[in-house]
Design a protein around this ligand. Sequence first.
Ligand code: ARG
Length: 602
Amino acid sequence: LAFATRSKSVATMAANQEFTGNLKREVEKLFDASLRLTVPDGTSVETEVAASLPGKPGDYQCNNAMGLWSVIKGKGTQFRGPPAVGQAISKNLPVSEMVETCSVAGPGFVNLVLSSKWMAKSIEKMLIDGIDTWAPTLPVKRAVVDFSSPNIAKEMHVGHLRSTIIGDTLARMLEYSKVEVLRRNHVGDWGTQFGMLIEYLFEKFPDTESVTETAIGDLQTFYKASKSKFDSDPDFKEKAQKAVVRLQGGDPIYRKAWAKICEISRTEFDKVYQRLKVELEEKGESFYNPYIADVIGKLDSKGLIEESEGARVIFLEGFNIPLMVVKSDGGFNYASTDLTALWYRLNEEKAEWIVYVTDVGQQQHFNMFFKAARKAGWLPDSDKTYPRVDHVGFGLVLGDDGKRFRTRSSDVVRLVDLLDEAKTRSKTALIERGKDKEWTPEELDQTAEAVGYGAVKYADLKNNRLTNYTFNFDQMLSDKGNTAVYLLYAHARICSIIRKSGKDIDELKKTEKLALDHPEERALGLHLLRFAETVEEACSNLLPNVLCHYLYDLSERYTSFYSIHQVIGSPEEASRLLLCEATAVVMRKCFHLLGITPVYKI
Ligand code: ARG
């Protein structure tokens, strides 16, 4: 917070500070108030609060003293150096139930220790009111997440799987943060490839009306066959090129054939989405076609478009090639469609944040059309100001050989096969543990699916998305280390402790108190209270791995607690069961945000 002006009559914080979910922000509010009292009139300061590193004296620290000193020294200040400024910050901290102690260390670090009582009370309250009361609030109401977005009739490859998984998680985190999310599948359904596909369809099935999905079979094979004909047969090539013109001109017969091909592709894509439980609304490239000429006209009237080698382009500072928006044959392309979609999303859909999830290979394309949009005045100059656009890039999926992930016959890996294999493998592992004798076949199947698909998703999400990652079933399905399997088992174990206690947890929530008296209990409690600030950070930086990291830490902290403290049968049983329940609740919310189905027994 920057203070241009300041008032000495800052009210002390209410003695009963209500926890709104974001712990860091609550601490910031306290220091904001203190700084207002501490700094001289007219000084602008940005409150610097950070979570303390493990092993350090406080839970949060305020780092303003040193910076503030350099601003005010020599200006007749009553302070004698940064530690004195720190002392004043500490002394001026409003009285709050949140704070246990506040002290100054070294050159002026102000360390704040939270009250364990207040922490316990805040967790108890969450248990009663629900974890949604901890949801962050973001400065936007509506966002578009453009993700998955495969190309019709072409391969839906592991890159699209990554986009689907990452995009879904981002959408879930934004939705949790009360943002209305338009989940957009920007499928490639309008390229020049349709000319050859349609022409090939006519040749193979002169009676197009009655063509069924099974007759065409695998669209990828169909695509390859038509492509090789296109490349080798000049007559066919010519026909295909004419077909594009007729399709784009709206010829009903061509439109119908196009729709058929799209429909078959859609059925294939939906199989993947259903397995992954991902929801998407298709608004493909073709949707924007009727608007393109108009939008390009708007750019033209702003004087942005120039002629270059027969094409129409936008020259952009910082790029050595221009952005082509009309091809030399007069047709539109990927960039003209994206500019139009952006215009539509900003003006028709009133989205304030538009997020695109694709491989980093497309970064230049995004940077270029974002820049063109800024030049046109559609977006503010600063890229962190709303309405805002972000390209969420991700790295490659590699095979064990360190090369692009392929099947043995060096084909693109079919996503459905991949998911099937993950499920089969996790089922085998469950059977090896004798679960087929304990559970019903449905339970076995559902657990295998939750674990298998969860493993694929988590392996993708846990690394910084920009890094390449190696696809390895053995690793992702291991029950040790930072894997979904380990985390799902940890959650199931907590649930089983609660079950074994024989206590009605809903009853305990109402009647019993939570205490965080021991260091391991307190460390676990503090981590629980940091959930919302973590989600907010993951949202603002569009980094799902931040949440994965949090979840893994949570289960580690739970393990440290559980390996030292007895729960069932101890004098602290009720309090500790509440702590177990709070951990399980937060874990489940993490799973939910990561698109992973939790399991309750193992
Ligand atoms: N269809 C593109 C591809 O498969 C991805 C589209 C991403 N979204 C966008 N608005 N350009 O590479």
